[in-house]
Structure formats: C-alpha cells, structure tokens
Design a protein around this ligand. Structure first.
Ligand code: NDP
Length: 242
C-alpha cells in the first residue's frame, strides 16, 4: 500500500525534485528529500512541506551510504528511489576542463551507483522496489555545449536497461524519465535569448512544469506499475529527435 511505502528523492528540495517529493507526499508516501548544499532552500522546503531533508553529496559513495542508512533508520526501508539530483557545467568540448567533465559525471552518473547500490539489496530481499531515474532529452539526442551532460544522461539510460533485467524477477522495476526543457532554476539560468530559441523548437510552445514530471514519477512508483521496467518515458512537449 502506498501509505506504508517510503520514497527517497535525491535533489528533492528544489526544482523538479521538490515537485516529485510533494507529489509523492500527496499520494500518501513517506518521503525523504536529499539535497547537496543549499541549506536555505532545503530548510524552506522542509518548513513548507514537513518532509524531512537529508544533506549528502550524491557523487560520494561514503556520504551516500551514511545518508541512506540514516534515512532508513529514521523514516523506514526505502521502497522507491528517485535518482533526480543533477547539475550542468556547460561549455564547448574543445575548451572544456577535465574538472567540468568530472563534476557532471560524478553528480549525474556516479550517483546512479552511489544512491542505488546501498539500498537495492533491501528492495530485492523485500520483493518490491521502484527505481526511477531522471535523464534528459539531451542524453537522448546529444546537445552541443553539453558533451559531459549528454554522456552522463545517456549513461543513465544504459544503466536502467541493464539493472532492469537484473532486478525484474525480484519485483524491482527500473525506469527512466527523460524530460525536455522544464521551467526550473537550471533552465532559467540559460540566457533569455537562447532560452527563447529553445522554446521556439518545442511544439507545445512552452517549457514544461516540474509537476508534469512529478505526475509520471507517481505513475511509475505505483504498486500496480510492476510490468513497466527498462523503459524510458520522454516528456518533452513533442520535441522530435532521432
Ligand atoms: P535544480 O538545479 O533546480 O535542482 C537540483 C537539485 O539537485 C537540488 O535539490 C540540488 O541540491 C540537488 N543536487 C545537486 N547536486 C547535488 C549533489 N552533489 N548531491 C546532492 N544533491 C545535489 O535542477 P532541476 O530540478 O532542473 O533538475 C533535476 C533533474 O532533472 C536533474 O537531474 C536534471 O539534469 C534533470 N533535467 C532537468 C531539466 C530541466 O529542464 N530543468 C531537463 C531534463 C533533465 P541543492 O539545492 O543543495 O543545490
């Protein structure tokens, strides 16, 4: 029953993650929200929602192990994991520093290992789990200026396909949501002229809302969504790519 299930949302205090945390809470899940460093936003989110927040770096194995142990002790064994935390460090590849490359790979791709590995054995042993990974349209089609981000987000899709096959017989599903451009701080940080050019390429003529991603997470998290695994759900306002 959803009422008894515990969900961890990484990067769950701002942007898309905050909408996911709130959406799952509204559906009756016990939610824990992770964040990386913005205490002010996390505290405001906690005050608004009553959802407990847990600060740890999703790129660091030891921090994730400790953070997840704490969540499982305080909130309960995690049934639903939403690997949502992510960053961008854009730049043309021929000018890109290795630091920018590594920062994006560790937060967006290493986090698939660091946040999933400590809790998947529990899911397998209990015979139920929902792992939902937030990729991106730019991992599907590639994006100039985002070789690091496109590589990490494409990696997320490969990870999901492999883990889905390993986990299916244990009642653990693994799915990806690939959002297009959503109105969060990440996208609002893109210069307005470039943002307007992006919006012009979206058939719906607008950016997506974080709540529109949250709705899909709720669908994939549900107890009766057990036949959906290894899939990638694109939510991008009709942007076409090959
Ligand atoms: P935001 O920048 O608005 O929020 C990012 C969240 O991730 C924050 O809660 C942040 O914590 C957390 N975070 C960042 N780094 C770490 C870290 N090392 N450890 C723990 N938490 C961390 O991002 P969005 O809501 O826009 O994006 C959410 C996800 O959706 C990302 O994976 C992104 O790549 C993906 N996405 C976004 C799209 C968009 O259009 N916005 C499009 C496609 C995909 P803190 O507040 O402490 O910084």
């Amino acid at each position: 029953m959803a009422q008894e299930r515990v969900a961890l949302v990484t990067g769950g205090t701002r942007g898309i993650g905050a909408a996911i945390s709130k959406g799952l809470q509204a559906k009756g899940y016990k939610v824990a929200a992770n964040y990386g460093g913005n205490d002010e936003a996390a505290n405001a989110f906690k005050a608004e929602t009553g959802i407990p927040v847990f600060k740890f770096d999703v790129g660091d194995m030891a921090s994730c192990e400790e953070g997840i142990r704490k969540i499982e002790a305080e909130v309960g064994p995690i049934d639903i994991l939403v690997n949502n935390a992510g960053i961008t460090r854009d730049g043309a590849f021929h000018k890109m520093t290795f630091e920018k490359w590594q920062a994006v790979i560790r937060t967006n791709l290493d986090s698939m290992f660091t946040c999933t590995r400590p809790l998947i054995e529990g899911m397998r042993n209990r015979g139920f789990g929902r792992i939902i990974l937030i990729s991106s349209i730019n991992g599907q089609k590639g994006q100039a200026g985002q070789t690091n981000y496109s590589a990490a987000k494409a990696g997320v899709i490969g990870f999901a396909k492999a883990l889905a096959q390993e986990s299916a017989s244990k009642g653990v599903t693994v799915n990806v949501i690939a959002p297009g451009y959503i109105a969060t701080e990440m996208v609002m940080a893109v210069p307005e002229d470039i943002r307007n050019k992006i919006i012009a390429t979206i058939p719906t003529g607008r950016l997506g809302e974080a709540e529109e991603i949250a709705r899909a997470v709720e669908y994939l998290a549900a107890d009766d969504s057990g036949f959906i695994t290894g899939s990638t759900l694109t939510i991008n306002g009709g942007q076409y790519f090959t």
